[in-house]
Design a protein around this ligand. Sequence first.
Ligand SMILES: *Cc1c(COP(=O)(O)O)cnc(C)c1O
Length: 481
Amino acid sequence: MKSQSDIQQELLPDFASREKLWTHAIQRLNEAVENLPGQSPSPTLGMSEIRKRLEAYDFHESRASEAVFDDVLDLLLQGMVHTQHPGYFGLFNPSPTFPSIIADTMTAALNPQLAVWSHAPTAVEMERHVIREICHWIGFESEGADGHFTSGGAEANYTAALMALTSVIPQFAEQGAVGLSGRPCIYASEESHLAWYKIAHQSGIGRAAVRLVPTDGSGRMKAGELEVMVERDKASGCIPVMVAATAGTTNAGMIDPLPETGRIARERGLWFHVDAAWGGAVCVSPAGRTLMSGIETADSVTIDAHKWLSVPMGAGMILCRDRGHFHSTFRVQASYMPKGLEGLTPYSQTIQWSRRFIGLKLFLSLAVLGKAGYAAMIQRCRDLAATLADLLGQSGWEVVNDPALAVVCFVDRDHGVDVERIAQRVVESGKAWISVAIFEKRPVLRACITSHRTREPDLVKLVHALNQARELEQSIDPDLS
Ligand SMILES: *Cc1c(COP(=O)(O)O)cnc(C)c1O
């Protein structure tokens, strides 16, 4: 039997042992991150190999920390897509900034509880401080503007939907969707992020509440169609609640017409939400902000810090022009919770109760890089996307979207080679990671410049891998050439 002091040494090793472990872990991690560019960005272990290695962990005996750490790191390195790889042209998962990695380590080590102000005053104030800065970026200048960190964009959008329902339908807070005269409806484009279905389901208004508005052939919501659909729903007894415009679609980085869709929502008493989970980061610079013209008219805005602001997951933000909506939607008072200051009691303003210190990652990153550093990083991604679009054009690929937000969607111009097979071959080559998407009802290859480690030679490598994949496809299927 293990003694209490042995167990204690495992729960919290003594100072010298901790230092040794920290040093070991940090050295190994540091080497792993350094060596990534020479490795495959894709998993090299299959499911059965992973499960087999996990079987060694039956948790009966205790094990030496260093050995466990080394084995787990090795398993992870071989069993994940490496978003820090410069050849990762994938979904919006960032290479985290170094300060944000330190911040998340600090958060785990100190573990502040942000449910109430009095439990972690500095942490709550730091989140408030950085949220006010982001409000300023998007043009939420009034005193009442506020926001909160969330686990991600889906939670932020869910928060927006609940605030919209609570604000637009007076009886929603107490009675829910039961007994309403008609079905509440929310409007987003056909190219929007389909978490809206889960959100409609979760919030109790049902998946049928989601109205997908047609797009204009280049991925943007048709404002005229939105107007027609809202009027039609109203006439048939439904209750239009919210227009959710997308500012940077997930598949193609396209921006809905924000001024027009906002006006349509406002004139009819609907909530206007802007989902800028990825694209919102461009607002860090005045030049980028012009792309998002109209975002300042929103009632609420979603921006993910764990996308283009490059902090580790999960870190989303929900911003609202009037903080009163957070309180009216999430108000609650538990006897055992310390009494809070009005507007500064996160557990009664948000979906979460116990809360991790999410905001420190962005605070530390912004403090170290400054807005100028972030603006330069984002501009470089945009410039690289423009370069990639040129390189693709020179190699017989046709870019089908506007790559202004660093997402490039393309197809094979002359032969219509199957995009799924191309993506699979590129991933299997171990040289780059790329995916497919549907853009305007058509399958396309999708390359997003999401890693701050990506440089021009990585683009050349990607195009080379794409060209090789296409040649192989053509040699297998002569009909294509
Ligand atoms: C990524 C994304 C979401 C979902 O955000 P998560 O952080 O993955 O929860 C929502 N909307 C858009 C436009 C996105 O790109």
